[in-house]
Design a protein around this ligand. Structure first.
Ligand SMILES: NC(=O)c1ccc[n+]([C@@H]2O[C@H](COP(=O)([O-])OP(=O)(O)OC[C@H]3O[C@@H](n4cnc5c(N)ncnc54)[C@H](O)[C@@H]3O)[C@@H](O)[C@H]2O)c1
Length: 335
């Protein structure tokens, strides 16, 4: 297959900000239909995915809806004979994630999950340094992803059953990053979760999480994910450190900021610079790469099995946060 007709399901934030502009730059791809349950939402021609799937000529469905319908929409599109790219998180439960993998296998269609960090040049460069042995063997990774979750009250992000809160929304990225850097699956999880902001306390949705992932050989990943970081500080502030047997890699988004502004009463924001950020390119690379995988000219940099590993790790983090005890993982779900 050399040309791809793409249909979008969900034309909200990530579509408008990233997937829409990226698809226009991916060679061989053409967005021919869009669907959103909110009729007036930009570009959406269909309001029911069942109607969209009846349209002729769609090769691939790109799912950009909130996280809770990822699994049912993916299985529906696969059953209709379409390849699927689905935004992260793959699913909110390991059972649903496994079901998606089985549906792809049964339909003999490709399924890819948008674990964007693997396509972002900053972390791809870190991965390359690790793979080249520059710091010896990586033994520990620390990562923070902090922001002021700017979602309005009532938005799906604040509903734990729809988004999984920050532990899923940001934690899934980090769990995948750790597994990618260590080239291994986590075997142990320990977590603390808090509802800090009023919006989170109102709905019982965690907006702050500390999650520890143990990997074979005593290797360790430690993350802090937060939607409760003071909003005056930075729109999105992340740090990554990889400690190896012979060195260390460190990356902070502060370094992507050419300027800090300090004024009376406020420490100015190290703004996330679009100039230095690889954000737009990340999605062009990710979506283009998945098309190459479908065409058989590339092998996936991110597989559904790896996405499921991240879902399992975060599910275990919820279990640990609830029990106060570490949770053992058995080394992978059958898939
Ligand atoms: N990869 C990344 O870095 C990244 C960044 C942000 C968001 N995301 C993911 O993208 C997804 C969407 O997030 P968002 O911020 O764009 O949300 P959003 O609320 O801005 O947009 C979602 C859109 O989907 C529509 N929708 C809801 N249910 C639908 C259904 N059943 N069928 C069709 N349309 C439906 C909504 O009306 C809305 O327009 C989430 O899963 C999120 O985790 C990924």
């Amino acid at each position: 297959m050399s040309e791809f007709n793409v249909a979008i399901v969900g034309t909200g934030g990530i579509y408008r900000l990233a997937h829409g502009p990226a698809w226009r730059r991916v060679p061989r791809a053409r967005v021919i239909a869009t669907c959103d349950i909110v009729a007036e939402r930009a570009e959406a021609a269909f309001t029911r995915v069942e109607d969209l799937l009846e349209r002729d000529g769609i090769d691939l469905v790109d799912i950009c809806t909130p996280s809770d319908p990822h699994a049912p929409l993916t299985t529906l599109a696969l059953a209709a004979g379409k390849h699927v790219i689905c935004e992260k998180p793959m699913a909110l439960t390991p059972t649903d994630g496994l079901r998606m993998i089985q549906a792809a296998r049964e339909a003999k269609r490709h399924l890819y999950i948008g674990h964007t960090r693997r396509f972002d040049t900053r972390w791809a460069q870190m991965k390359a340094e690790i793979a080249a042995g520059r710091i010896g063997e990586p033994v520990a990774v620390r990562r923070t992803e902090r922001c002021w979750g700017a979602f309005p009250r009532g938005d799906w992000h604040w509903e734990r059953a729809r988004s999984g809160g920050v532990m899923v929304d940001l934690g899934i990225h980090v769990a995948d990053l750790f597994a990618w850097f260590f080239d291994a699956e986590p075997t142990e999880v320990y977590a603390k979760a808090l509802a800090v902001r009023e919006e989170a306390r109102e709905t019982g949705c965690f907006d702050f999480g500390l999650i520890q992932l143990g990997f074979p050989g005593g290797r360790w990943g430690s993350m802090e994910v937060s939607w409760a970081h003071p909003k005056e500080y930075a729109p999105f502030y992340s740090t990554t450190e990889v400690i190896g047997t012979r060195g260390k890699l460190a990356l902070s988004d502060r370094h992507a900021s050419p300027m800090t502004v300090i004024t009376a009463g406020a420490i100015g924001v190290p703004q996330y610079s679009p100039l230095l950020s690889s954000f737009p390119e990340t999605f062009v690379d990710e979506l283009g790469h998945f098309l190459d995988c479908i065409a058989g000219t590339a092998s996936p940099r991110s597989t559904p099995a790896q996405a499921l590993t991240a879902v399992r790790a975060i599910a275990a983090a919820f279990e640990s946060a609830a029990s106060g005890q570490p949770v053992s993982l058995d080394g992978g779900a059958p898939c």
